[in-house]
Write a protein that binds this ligand. Structure first.
Ligand SMILES: NC(=O)c1ccc[n+]([C@@H]2O[C@H](COP(=O)([O-])OP(=O)(O)OC[C@H]3O[C@@H](n4cnc5c(N)ncnc54)[C@H](OP(=O)(O)O)[C@@H]3O)[C@@H](O)[C@H]2O)c1
Length: 328
C-alpha cells in the first residue's frame, strides 16, 4: 500500500509516497482505518525534516498524526465496527497512509454533523487549546486571556473556546493586519502585533495584567507574555514557533510576581493519560455539535501536495489547518 515515508540518509532527511509499504496489522483492541482526510501540522513538517524537538521514532517512519476515515477492519476487542466513521490522533506518527492501524483508545466516532475534513482538523488545535486554557490555565468565565498567534490552528481554537465559555476579555496577537482582522472575526476583543501587546494588555486591564496567557511563540514573546500576567496569573506554554527559547524568565520572577508557568504536550497526554482529556473532549464536541465553533479548515490539498502544504505553513500563509483530502 501507499504511505508517506520519512527517511534519513547521512544526515539528509526526505519524505515521499512509497507504494510498497507493508499493510498494517489490526490490534486486538483496535481498528484499521482507511483515511479520507488527515491534517498536516507544523510538527509533522518538523518531523519530516529532522527539526522536531521531542521524541520521534528513528527513520524510516510513516508521517502524520491526525486522521478521519472509515473502519475497514476491527479487532475482536475493538469498540468499533467495520463501516463506522472515526477520527483520531496517533501518539506515534503513521496517519499518512492508505490504511492505518490504531488502538481503540486513540479514535472516536465522528459526530454526524462533522465532515471528515472537520473531524481530522480538531484534535491538536481544539484539544490543545482547551486543555491549555481550562485544565492547565484554569481560565474561568469573566476572567481575561491573552492568546498568542491567534490566526494559527491552536490560536483560532483558543479564541473561539474562550469566547464560547464566557471569558470577558480576549486579547490576541497575529502577524499581519489581515490575520489580525481574522482573529477579531473569531471573537477576540482586541488583536495586536507581537511588539505592541504589552501596552494593549496594560491599557485594557487597567495595568493589572491578564489572568491567563496561551503562549506558543517562544523567545522574547514568552518573556514579555510572563510580564503581562496579573498576580496569580498563569502562563501556559505549548510551543516555540519562533524556534528560540525564552531568555529572561528566572525563578525569582515567579516568586516576586506570584505567577505560575505550566505546559502540556497533547500527544503525550493522548498516549499516556487519555482519561484526563475527557472534559475537554466533552466541551469541544458539545460546542461543535451546537455549531458554536469553526473547525478551522483553511487549506485543502491532495495527498501528493504535502510539500505545498508544508510551504504554506512555513510561510505563515495559513489561517487555520492544512488538510489532506484522500478522496481527491
Ligand atoms: N504542546 C502541544 O501539545 C502542542 C500542540 C499543538 C501545537 N503546538 C505548538 O503550538 C504552536 C502553534 O501550533 P499551530 O498548529 O497553531 O501552528 P500554525 O497553525 O502553524 O500557527 C503558528 C503561527 O505562529 C505564528 N508565529 C509567530 N511567530 C512566528 C515565527 N517566528 N515563525 C513562525 N510562525 C510564527 C504565525 O502566525 P502569524 O504569522 O499570524 O504570527 C503562525 O501562523 C506551534 O509551535 C506548535 O508546535 C503544541
Amino acid at each position: 500500500m501507499r504511505a508517506y515515508v520519512v527517511r534519513e540518509h547521512d544526515g539528509v532527511w526526505s519524505a515521499s509516497w512509497e507504494s510498497d509499504h507493508p499493510e498494517p496489522v489490526c490490534p486486538a483492541d483496535g481498528v484499521v482505518v482507511e483515511p479520507r482526510a488527515a491534517a498536516l501540522a507544523w510538527s509533522d513538517v518538523l518531523q519530516q525534516t529532522g527539526g522536531y524537538v521531542g521524541a520521534v521514532p528513528a527513520p524510516p517512519f510513516v508521517s502524520g498524526h491526525e486522521l478521519a476515515g472509515v473502519v475497514v477492519e476491527a479487532g475482536p476487542a475493538a469498540e468499533f465496527a467495520v463501516g463506522e466513521r472515526v477520527f483520531g490522533f496517533l501518539p506515534r506518527p503513521g496517519a499518512f497512509a492508505e490504511r492505518v492501524a490504531a488502538s481503540s483508545a486513540f479514535v472516536r466516532r465522528i459526530p454526524d454533523e462533522l465532515t471528515d475534513l472537520d473531524a481530522a482538523a480538531i484534535t491538536t488545535s481544539f484539544l490543545t487549546a482547551d486543555v491549555g486554557l481550562f485544565t492547565v490555565g484554569r481560565l474561568e468565565p469573566g476572567q481575561s486571556v491573552l492568546v498568542q498567534s491567534a490566526a494559527g490552528g491552536v490560536g483560532r481554537a483558543a479564541v473561539q473556546l474562550a469566547r464560547a465559555v464566557g471569558v470577558e476579555l480576549v486579547i490576541a496577537t497575529a502577524g499581519s493586519p489581515v490575520r489580525q482582522a481574522e482573529a477579531v472575526a473569531l471573537g477576540a476583543t482586541r488583536v495586536t502585533g507581537y511588539d505592541e501587546f504589552p501596552e494593549v494588555v496594560r491599557e485594557l486591564t487597567g495595568g493589572r495584567g491578564v489572568d491567563v496567557v496561551l503562549e506558543s511563540v517562544g523567545g522574547e514573546v514568552f518573556d514579555r507574555s510572563a510580564e503581562a500576567l496579573a498576580p496569580f496569573g498563569r502562563l501556559v506554554t505549548i510551543g516555540a514557533s519562533a524556534g528560540v527559547p525564552p531568555r529572561r524568565l528566572k525563578l525569582p520572577f515567579l516568586w516576586q510576581r506570584s505567577v505560575t508557568v505550566g505546559g502540556l504536550h497533547i500527544a503525550n497526554l493522548l498516549g499516556g493519560s487519555p482519561e484526563l482529556l475527557e472534559p475537554s473532549w466533552q466541551r469541544v464536541l458539545g460546542l461543535l455539535a451546537k455549531g458554536e465553533l469553526d473547525a478551522g479548515v483553511a487549506l485543502v490539498i491532495g495527498p501528493d501536495e504535502i510539500p505545498r502544504g508544508a510551504e504554506a505553513l512555513r510561510g505563515r500563509a495559513v489561517s487555520g489547518r492544512v488538510l489532506l483530502d484522500f478522496t481527491r
